[in-house]
Write a protein that binds this ligand. Sequence first.
Ligand SMILES: [Zn+2]
Length: 140
Amino acid sequence: MYENFKICPNLRPKEKCFRVQQYSGGKVVELFHEHVPSHRISQDAEIDALRCLVGQFACWNSLYVLHSRLNERRGGPAHYPKLLSQVTYPEPGVIRRYFSSGDTTAWLDQVINLGTFRLGSENPAPNNSSKRAREKPRAA
Ligand SMILES: [Zn+2]
């Protein structure tokens, strides 16, 4: 159902959260974590950004950069390195797109359903209860 893996506590509606992690020496190391306004990046551009982030943090050489863009048709050089992609739902109301190659994984999280995103939390969604209603009652 929901992946519940590396939920970003700072994710807000109308933002996209980009992250990169890498397995190194038996440990997972987070290398990048950045938010951008959703209206500033298209789906094509976000996929391109994820591919570039994987390549950069995996230290791809020029040949890897070029060959990772080849299609699967026969003939000529092999499509290498392979970029694996996957779509998951890390928590209610959020979609995640992964791109990975070897030990390096990049992903982005985006709120797609305000109605189910972090219900009962400090959800900054405009439909949530007012700030006053969330305040603790004062002692008399
Ligand atoms: Zn984040």
